[in-house]
Design a protein around this ligand. Structure first.
Ligand code: HEM
Length: 206
């Protein structure tokens, strides 16, 4: 009889303890449960994304999935190059990223290796500051691939340069990587040429 009383007492103490744990939120909800729930949500997300877009990222394929861009964002290691150093990033060495520059601003265009790398249609932009060629479009004239803007209509030049800089900054796969500094210009002003504009230029710039 005494033993039964003791067991009843123990039982009610246990129940009381459980009540207190629940009411104070100190339940058996462990870190493992949290991990399980997050894991489940991630799996569900991946499944739905695959179902609707046939990709694991809801169709997103931009630079935020690029490990190099993530590293760059974490370290914020902007480059500060001379024109000679910039030449190393012309795509010829596959170990280096590909950079192009427009009026002192350097852009990482490594993702476009087919375009800016060796034998690409725009390889002439890589590893140098071709601000002038971005304005004139005179790609057949070697002296156009310079940051020298003398002799150009300055309003047109600044308008086109800003527009191209925006193109590279906002591009889904390219990004602003830092600056390049140039020595003072000692050459003659490049001879004039008939400007060729990017197709759809007027649409993009309105
Ligand atoms: C000021 C003149 C021009 C500049 C600065 C320029 C520059 C560029 C750049 C930076 C790209 C983007 C490449 C990328 O996606 O990374 C491009 C694409 C392209 N350019 Fe040019 N370009 C010019 C004129 C022209 C002209 C005159 C033509 C043809 C007659 C042309 C044909 C193309 C084509 C077909 C593409 C790829 C498709 C597109 O994105 O629209 N470009 N150009």
């Amino acid at each position: 009889m005494k033993k039964k009383k003791k067991t009843d007492l123990q039982q009610s103490i246990m129940e009381e303890k459980n009540d207190i744990e629940t009411s104070t939120g100190d339940s058996k909800f462990t870190l493992l449960d949290v991990i399980r729930i997050i894991g489940g949500l991630l799996l569900l997300n991946a499944f739905l994304s695959w179902w609707f877009t046939s990709t694991g990222t809801w169709g997103y394929d931009g630079k935020w999935l690029d490990i190099r861009y993530l590293q760059f964002q974490l370290r914020r290691d902007y480059v500060n190059l001379t024109s000679d150093e910039l030449k190393l990033y012309n795509g010829k060495n596959p170990k280096y990223p590909i950079y192009l520059a427009i009026n002192g601003k350097v852009y990482d265009v490594t993702y476009g290796r087919d375009i800016y790398g060796p034998n690409g249609p725009y390889e002439f932009f890589s590893g140098r500051d071709s601000a002038r060629a971005f304005v004139t479009g005179c790609f057949d004239k070697p002296d156009e691939f310079t940051h020298d803007l003398r002799g150009l209509d300055q309003e047109e030049a600044m308008h086109d340069i800003t527009s191209w800089q925006r193109f590279f900054e906002n591009h889904p796969h390219y990004w602003y990587a830092g600056i390049v500094t140039h020595k003072p210009i000692e050459k003659d002003i490049p001879s004039p040429c008939e400007h060729k504009k990017f197709p759809g230029y007027h649409v993009r710039n309105t």
